[in-house]
Design a protein. Structure first.
Length: 286
């Protein structure tokens, strides 16, 4: 089923994100992860895609096929474009059509000076348009409540986002954030800009200090005082941080649901225990 249709039928939508293992040998672990995630009955599971010709990209499609045909859950395939030619993207679209996979998250990908940049697609909005012209796909896009790192200002970023939607993105998934007020402010600005598609909130549960420091430096998420206090108190105690991080994510989600958010997208980090604990905490709410 197309994810746009899922949003029409059910709100809030609940989705999980996983990434392909770095080594093909680790594919067994992904089976265990999928098994555990599938019993939580998400509305869809998304699979990330390496930005540049990475060997895990074939795995993205393989894992999406498993999600669809073995677990009977809708897969969402992430697809990046700055390091790919039109022909390469067409090949991937053909693979998806053959596997009866209809959902693509169209992304530009991060610019990596070490990977050859191809110029058939400059922005995600170019990819959205191309996909819509080349198949019967439901296409989503990424959005950034705290502005994309390269954008000059938030007005420019939101106007660029509007182009992505005008080109056919039927829903958006947000970058992680730890301060819900930032998300609500972004939702209002997107609405003012005429963006009317559903916006799912991306939630990253904090369960590992090093991981979160890396993520925050990469995406520039602001840290509210209560988040910093949590890190200060529990950051060096693995088990306590796990409990505190799950509780923080649940609190964020409860508040988002109370604000009638369109959907919750959990970055599971391939850790089904994280998804399980969160789902237990919100089971009567979603
Ligand atoms: P775009 O929407 O193209 O935006 C990139 C920048 O260009 C922004 O600053 C924007 O304001 C600007 N811009 C856009 N259009 C125009 C225009 N027409 N003219 C001028 N400027 C413009 N990365 C991966 O490699 N693999 C993944 O699987 C992956 N999954 C992700 C999932 C989510 C939910 C999110 C939020 C991000 C994900 N990313 C992934 C990261 C993403 O690839 C990077 O954030 C990347 O830097 C931007 O991608 P985008 O699709 O948002 O780009």
């Amino acid at each position: 089923m197309k994810i746009e249709t899922i949003f029409e039928k059910k709100k809030p939508v609940l989705s999980f994100e996983i990434f392909p293992p770095k080594k093909e040998a680790a594919i067994k672990n992904i089976d265990e992860t999928l098994e555990a995630l599938s019993i939580l009955h998400p509305d869809y599971i998304s699979v990330t895609f390496g930005a540049g010709g990475s060997c895990t990209n074939n795995l993205t499609v393989e894992i999406a096929k498993k999600i669809k045909h073995r677990y009977h859950i809708e897969p969402l395939v992430h697809l990046t474009c700055i390091n790919h030619s039109r022909e390469e993207i067409c090949m991937i679209l053909d693979q998806l059509k053959e596997a009866d996979i209809q959902n693509i998250l169209a992304l530009r990908g991060d610019i990596n000076p070490e990977i050859e940049r191809k110029h058939d697609f400059e922005y995600a909005s170019d990819l959205v348009k191309f996909i819509k012209e080349n198949g019967d796909f439901s296409v989503g896009g990424a959005c950034y409540p705290e502005i994309h790192m390269e954008a000059r200002d938030e007005i420019e970023d939101i106007l660029n986002l509007k182009k992505k939607v005008d080109n056919g993105a039927g829903y958006l998934i947000s970058q992680l954030f730890f301060d819900n007020e930032v998300f609500y402010d972004f939702q209002n600005k997107a609405k003012i800009a005429g963006i009317q598609v559903p916006i799912e909130a991306g939630i990253m549960p904090v369960i590992n200090k090093a991981q979160i420091e890396k993520m925050v430096s990469l995406c520039g998420a602001s840290l509210p005082g209560k988040f910093s206090r949590m890190m200060q108190k529990y950051g060096n105690d693995k088990e306590a941080l796990f409990d505190a991080g799950i509780a923080y994510a649940i609190n964020q989600i409860v508040d988002l649901l109370a604000h009638d958010v369109d959907g919750i997208h959990i970055f599971t980090m391939n850790n089904p225990e994280v998804a399980k604990r969160i789902c237990e905490g919100i089971k009567t709410l979603i």
